[in-house]
Design a protein around this ligand. Structure first.
Ligand code: F6P
Length: 342
């Protein structure tokens, strides 16, 4: 078979390890051939293809980003979009099947195309770890490691100046990165979109840490707002895709903490640093296994399924069972972490 691979949506450390795992397993176990679609669905609708012989994946597991590029193109839009046009493009290029590596949006598009008869399998991808049908997504461990190291650094400068340090991490809808990095770094409060917390409570945690002679360290996920505040609290308008532009909550929080507690405060937005650079060994291994298993799924004609990690096993799950509901931080995990706050 000739298999096309695409990476779509926000990038994520480990994408290249998925590509390498798929290509090596496909060539070595089954004798398949591979091509990459440049920049996600854009390469699919425009027939923008690059050959992926074995030599192109040599040594790429440790590289961040994606060697075939990514975009947020919707495969149903534009004059060349839609299942019929895409099938024609596949036929014209001799592509028998597609491995789509992406998050909720990418996999939802893959499901619609599969429903229309296209041969597609999926690989889940998000640093946010919020896809429900898989225990972990690659990129998450790397993001947590980067955020933890950043907070370790914020702590020492905070202690020197007796300041409260606020670290803003990614997490538009869920707080997994904040929860794990906050626990690892020993944050005095972890603020996540799933949990309603008042500013009075945040200030109390800050003051408790300060009274014990510590420099308060707060981690906040970008999608959190204080209880009782409206969306305008950290409003920075909409981005080019019509989504709320996040990345303002840390700064706003630091100002509020300083004004309420009198403790000098500083905010650091970690932003896309969490998505760049070398993936951890855990993420490389997980991504490689998912890529290898995606090829096995193609080989079995398991169209409409995605690979997923359950415990230590890679399984398959149908798109319709995987999509439509985010994996949020459960109450008990937050309660457990909050014993350590203040
Ligand atoms: O979904 C992954 C993610 O990194 C979110 O945590 C973040 O809100 C978003 O992508 C940022 O997207 P962009 O790269 O388009 O700014």
């Amino acid at each position: 078979m000739r298999i096309g691979i695409l990476t779509s949506g926000g990038d994520c450390p480990g994408l290249n390890a998925v590509i390498r795992g798929a290509v090596l397993n496909g060539i070595k176990s089954y004798g398949h051939e591979f091509v990459g679609f440049r920049d996600g669905w854009r390469g699919v609708v425009e027939g923008d293809i690059v050959e992926l012989p074995r030599s192109t994946v040599r040594g790429i597991s440790k590289q961040g980003g994606t060697i075939i590029g990514t975009s947020r193109t919707n495969p149903f839009e534009g004059e060349n979009g839609g299942p019929e046009n895409i099938q024609k493009m596949m036929d014209a290029n001799g592509v028998d099947a597609i491995i789509a590596i992406g998050g909720e949006g990418t996999l939802a598009a893959a499901k619609r195309l599969t429903d229309a008869g296209l041969n597609i399998v999926g690989v889940p991808k998000t640093i946010d770890n919020d896809l429900d049908a898989t225990d972990y997504t690659f990129g998450f461990d790397t993001a947590v490691s980067i955020a933890t190291e950043a907070m370790d650094r914020l702590r020492t400068t905070g202690e020197s100046h007796h300041r409260c340090m606020v670290a803003e991490v990614m997490g538009r809808h869920v707080g997994w990165i904040a929860l794990h990095s906050g626990m690892a770094a020993g944050a005095h409060a972890i603020l996540i979109p799933e949990q309603s917390v008042t500013m009075e409570q945040v200030n109390e945690w800050v003051l408790q840490a300060n009274e014990r002679g510590r420099a308060p360290l707060i981690v906040v996920a970008e999608g959190w707002i204080p209880e009782g505040a409206d969306e305008a609290y950290s409003d920075r308008g909409l981005d080019a895709f019509g989504r709320p532009r996040l990345g303002g909550i840390g700064e706003r929080l630091a100002i509020d903490i300083e004004q309420s507690t009198g403790i000098e405060s500083r905010a650091t937005v970690l932003g896309h640093i969490q998505r760049g650079g070398v993936p951890t060994a855990f993420d490389r291994t997980l991504a490689t296994r998912l890529g290898m298993n995606a090829v096995a799924a193609v080989h079995d004609h398991a169209w409409g399924e995605m690979v997923s990690l359950r415990g230590t096993t890679v399984e398959r799950v149908r798109f319709e069972d995987a999509l439509g509901h985010l994996k949020r931080v459960p109450q008990e995990r937050y309660d457990e972490a909050s014993i350590l706050f203040g």
